[in-house]
Design a protein around this ligand. Structure first.
Ligand SMILES: CC(C)(COP(=O)(O)OP(=O)(O)OC[C@H]1O[C@@H](n2cnc3c(N)ncnc32)[C@H](O)[C@@H]1OP(=O)(O)O)[C@@H](O)C(=O)NCCC(=O)NCCS
Length: 181
Protein backbone atom coordinates (compact mmCIF):
# COMPACT_ATOMS: atom_id res chain seq x y z
CA UNK A 1 0.00 0.00 0.00
CA UNK A 2 1.47 3.41 -0.94
CA UNK A 3 1.79 6.21 1.57
CA UNK A 4 -1.08 8.00 -0.17
CA UNK A 5 -3.47 5.18 0.63
CA UNK A 6 -5.04 4.50 3.97
CA UNK A 7 -6.46 1.27 5.34
CA UNK A 8 -9.14 3.33 7.14
CA UNK A 9 -12.26 4.26 5.17
CA UNK A 10 -12.14 8.03 4.63
CA UNK A 11 -14.83 10.04 6.37
CA UNK A 12 -16.83 12.79 4.71
CA UNK A 13 -17.46 15.83 6.89
CA UNK A 14 -19.56 18.95 6.48
CA UNK A 15 -17.18 21.89 5.90
CA UNK A 16 -17.91 25.17 7.70
CA UNK A 17 -16.54 27.09 4.70
CA UNK A 18 -15.06 26.48 1.27
CA UNK A 19 -13.00 29.38 0.02
CA UNK A 20 -10.43 29.75 -2.76
CA UNK A 21 -7.85 28.60 -0.21
CA UNK A 22 -9.65 25.33 0.52
CA UNK A 23 -10.11 24.73 -3.22
CA UNK A 24 -6.38 25.40 -3.77
CA UNK A 25 -5.55 22.90 -1.00
CA UNK A 26 -7.20 20.23 -3.18
CA UNK A 27 -6.54 21.34 -6.75
CA UNK A 28 -3.63 23.78 -6.46
CA UNK A 29 -3.91 27.41 -7.50
CA UNK A 30 -3.85 27.02 -11.28
CA UNK A 31 -6.01 29.26 -13.47
CA UNK A 32 -8.49 26.63 -14.62
CA UNK A 33 -8.54 23.62 -12.27
CA UNK A 34 -11.90 22.37 -13.60
CA UNK A 35 -10.97 22.79 -17.28
CA UNK A 36 -14.08 24.85 -18.01
CA UNK A 37 -12.64 28.35 -18.52
CA UNK A 38 -13.08 28.08 -22.31
CA UNK A 39 -16.85 28.04 -21.77
CA UNK A 40 -16.53 31.64 -20.52
CA UNK A 41 -19.37 31.26 -18.03
CA UNK A 42 -20.11 32.96 -14.72
CA UNK A 43 -20.86 30.39 -12.00
CA UNK A 44 -22.67 30.50 -8.66
CA UNK A 45 -20.78 29.48 -5.55
CA UNK A 46 -22.23 26.48 -3.76
CA UNK A 47 -23.84 27.00 -0.34
CA UNK A 48 -23.18 23.78 1.56
CA UNK A 49 -19.93 21.90 1.38
CA UNK A 50 -18.72 18.37 2.04
CA UNK A 51 -15.10 17.32 2.24
CA UNK A 52 -12.64 14.57 3.05
CA UNK A 53 -9.43 15.20 4.99
CA UNK A 54 -6.41 12.99 4.42
CA UNK A 55 -5.82 10.94 7.57
CA UNK A 56 -8.99 12.32 9.19
CA UNK A 57 -9.71 15.44 11.25
CA UNK A 58 -7.02 18.12 10.95
CA UNK A 59 -5.48 16.55 7.85
CA UNK A 60 -5.07 18.10 4.42
CA UNK A 61 -8.35 18.63 2.54
CA UNK A 62 -8.31 16.18 -0.41
CA UNK A 63 -11.89 16.10 -1.71
CA UNK A 64 -14.91 18.37 -1.98
CA UNK A 65 -18.47 18.53 -3.32
CA UNK A 66 -20.87 21.46 -2.90
CA UNK A 67 -24.63 21.80 -3.22
CA UNK A 68 -27.31 24.47 -3.41
CA UNK A 69 -30.98 24.70 -4.36
CA UNK A 70 -31.70 26.22 -7.75
CA UNK A 71 -34.93 27.21 -9.53
CA UNK A 72 -35.47 25.53 -12.89
CA UNK A 73 -38.16 25.43 -15.58
CA UNK A 74 -38.79 22.03 -17.18
CA UNK A 75 -41.21 22.68 -20.02
CA UNK A 76 -43.88 24.97 -18.54
CA UNK A 77 -43.37 23.72 -14.98
CA UNK A 78 -41.21 25.62 -12.54
CA UNK A 79 -39.54 23.60 -9.82
CA UNK A 80 -36.25 23.32 -7.97
CA UNK A 81 -33.24 21.05 -8.25
CA UNK A 82 -30.23 20.54 -6.03
CA UNK A 83 -27.23 21.74 -8.00
CA UNK A 84 -24.04 19.79 -7.31
CA UNK A 85 -20.72 21.38 -8.18
CA UNK A 86 -17.12 21.98 -7.33
CA UNK A 87 -16.50 18.22 -7.26
CA UNK A 88 -12.77 17.94 -6.76
CA UNK A 89 -10.22 15.37 -5.60
CA UNK A 90 -6.53 16.08 -5.09
CA UNK A 91 -4.43 14.69 -7.97
CA UNK A 92 -2.34 12.38 -5.76
CA UNK A 93 -5.37 10.55 -4.33
CA UNK A 94 -7.54 10.20 -7.44
CA UNK A 95 -8.81 6.79 -8.54
CA UNK A 96 -9.44 5.66 -4.95
CA UNK A 97 -13.18 6.31 -4.81
CA UNK A 98 -13.03 9.68 -3.04
CA UNK A 99 -15.26 11.42 -5.61
CA UNK A 100 -17.77 8.58 -5.22
CA UNK A 101 -17.73 9.04 -1.43
CA UNK A 102 -17.98 12.81 -1.31
CA UNK A 103 -20.68 12.98 -4.02
CA UNK A 104 -22.67 10.26 -2.21
CA UNK A 105 -22.52 12.31 1.01
CA UNK A 106 -23.62 15.44 -0.85
CA UNK A 107 -26.56 13.48 -2.33
CA UNK A 108 -27.52 12.06 1.09
CA UNK A 109 -27.80 15.65 2.24
CA UNK A 110 -29.57 16.67 -0.99
CA UNK A 111 -32.33 14.15 -0.17
CA UNK A 112 -33.17 16.26 2.88
CA UNK A 113 -33.36 19.53 0.91
CA UNK A 114 -36.73 19.10 -0.82
CA UNK A 115 -36.10 18.93 -4.60
CA UNK A 116 -36.65 15.57 -6.30
CA UNK A 117 -33.59 15.72 -8.56
CA UNK A 118 -29.95 16.74 -8.42
CA UNK A 119 -28.29 18.28 -11.46
CA UNK A 120 -24.68 18.94 -12.41
CA UNK A 121 -22.68 20.21 -15.37
CA UNK A 122 -19.49 18.48 -16.48
CA UNK A 123 -17.03 18.19 -19.34
CA UNK A 124 -17.94 15.41 -21.81
CA UNK A 125 -15.04 13.11 -20.73
CA UNK A 126 -16.52 12.96 -17.21
CA UNK A 127 -19.94 11.66 -18.36
CA UNK A 128 -18.94 7.96 -17.96
CA UNK A 129 -17.60 8.65 -14.46
CA UNK A 130 -20.85 10.25 -13.31
CA UNK A 131 -22.87 7.51 -15.04
CA UNK A 132 -20.97 5.07 -12.85
CA UNK A 133 -22.18 7.09 -9.87
CA UNK A 134 -25.82 6.80 -10.99
CA UNK A 135 -26.26 10.03 -12.98
CA UNK A 136 -27.60 10.25 -16.54
CA UNK A 137 -26.90 12.85 -19.21
CA UNK A 138 -29.78 14.94 -20.58
CA UNK A 139 -30.08 14.92 -24.37
CA UNK A 140 -31.85 18.25 -24.69
CA UNK A 141 -30.21 21.69 -24.61
CA UNK A 142 -30.18 23.37 -21.21
CA UNK A 143 -30.42 27.15 -21.04
CA UNK A 144 -28.74 28.99 -18.18
CA UNK A 145 -28.71 32.61 -17.13
CA UNK A 146 -25.63 34.81 -17.45
CA UNK A 147 -24.92 38.38 -16.34
CA UNK A 148 -26.58 41.14 -18.37
CA UNK A 149 -29.91 39.30 -18.67
CA UNK A 150 -28.35 36.88 -21.14
CA UNK A 151 -29.65 33.35 -21.65
CA UNK A 152 -27.11 30.90 -23.09
CA UNK A 153 -27.13 27.22 -24.05
CA UNK A 154 -24.90 25.34 -21.59
CA UNK A 155 -21.88 24.10 -23.57
CA UNK A 156 -21.02 21.45 -20.97
CA UNK A 157 -23.01 18.23 -20.50
CA UNK A 158 -25.93 18.34 -18.07
CA UNK A 159 -26.53 15.29 -15.89
CA UNK A 160 -29.31 14.47 -13.45
CA UNK A 161 -29.98 11.90 -10.77
CA UNK A 162 -33.21 11.27 -8.84
CA UNK A 163 -33.34 12.03 -5.14
CA UNK A 164 -36.37 9.84 -4.48
CA UNK A 165 -37.57 6.55 -5.90
CA UNK A 166 -40.53 7.95 -7.87
CA UNK A 167 -38.78 10.94 -9.42
CA UNK A 168 -39.03 11.12 -13.20
CA UNK A 169 -37.29 13.80 -15.28
CA UNK A 170 -39.62 14.87 -18.16
CA UNK A 171 -38.17 15.00 -21.71
CA UNK A 172 -38.89 18.70 -22.08
CA UNK A 173 -36.77 21.83 -22.60
CA UNK A 174 -34.83 22.82 -19.51
CA UNK A 175 -34.03 26.33 -18.41
CA UNK A 176 -32.12 27.09 -15.25
CA UNK A 177 -33.64 30.22 -13.72
CA UNK A 178 -30.27 31.28 -12.30
CA UNK A 179 -26.58 31.29 -13.06
CA UNK A 180 -25.17 27.74 -13.34
CA UNK A 181 -23.35 26.21 -10.37
C1 LIG B 1 -13.23 14.06 -11.60
C2 LIG B 1 -12.60 13.76 -10.26
C3 LIG B 1 -13.39 14.48 -9.17
C4 LIG B 1 -12.69 12.21 -10.02
O1 LIG B 1 -12.20 11.93 -8.71
P1 LIG B 1 -11.73 10.43 -8.27
O2 LIG B 1 -11.61 10.41 -6.80
O3 LIG B 1 -10.55 10.02 -9.07
O4 LIG B 1 -12.99 9.54 -8.71
P2 LIG B 1 -13.39 8.13 -8.08
O5 LIG B 1 -12.11 7.36 -7.81
O6 LIG B 1 -14.31 8.31 -6.93
O7 LIG B 1 -14.15 7.47 -9.29
C5 LIG B 1 -15.55 7.47 -9.32
C6 LIG B 1 -16.03 6.31 -10.17
O8 LIG B 1 -15.84 6.63 -11.55
C7 LIG B 1 -15.12 5.60 -12.18
N1 LIG B 1 -14.33 6.22 -13.24
C8 LIG B 1 -13.26 7.01 -13.13
N2 LIG B 1 -12.86 7.42 -14.34
C9 LIG B 1 -13.73 6.89 -15.22
C10 LIG B 1 -13.87 6.95 -16.63
N3 LIG B 1 -13.02 7.65 -17.40
N4 LIG B 1 -14.90 6.28 -17.20
C11 LIG B 1 -15.76 5.56 -16.45
N5 LIG B 1 -15.69 5.49 -15.10
C12 LIG B 1 -14.68 6.13 -14.53
C13 LIG B 1 -14.29 4.98 -11.09
O9 LIG B 1 -13.89 3.67 -11.41
C14 LIG B 1 -15.26 5.01 -9.93
O10 LIG B 1 -16.22 3.98 -10.04
P3 LIG B 1 -16.19 2.70 -9.04
O11 LIG B 1 -16.22 3.33 -7.66
O12 LIG B 1 -17.43 1.98 -9.38
O13 LIG B 1 -14.92 2.00 -9.35
C15 LIG B 1 -11.10 14.18 -10.22
O14 LIG B 1 -10.44 13.62 -11.33
C16 LIG B 1 -10.89 15.70 -10.24
O15 LIG B 1 -10.90 16.35 -9.19
N6 LIG B 1 -10.67 16.31 -11.44
C17 LIG B 1 -10.40 17.75 -11.56
C18 LIG B 1 -11.61 18.61 -11.21
C19 LIG B 1 -12.83 18.25 -12.05
O16 LIG B 1 -12.78 18.19 -13.27
N7 LIG B 1 -13.97 18.01 -11.35
C20 LIG B 1 -15.22 17.63 -11.98
C21 LIG B 1 -16.17 18.77 -11.97
S1 LIG B 1 -17.72 18.27 -12.78
Amino acid sequence: MSENQSSVTPTVVRLPRYTKEEQAEILGDGDDPFGVAAAGLTWLPKEEHFGIRHGGSGGRLVAHAGVLRLPVAIGAAETEVVGVGGVAVAPDVRGQGLARLVVAAALDHARTMGPRHALLFCRPPLVPLYQRLGWRPLDQDVLVEQPGDRLVAMPLRTMVTPLDDDAHWPAEPVRLLSLPM
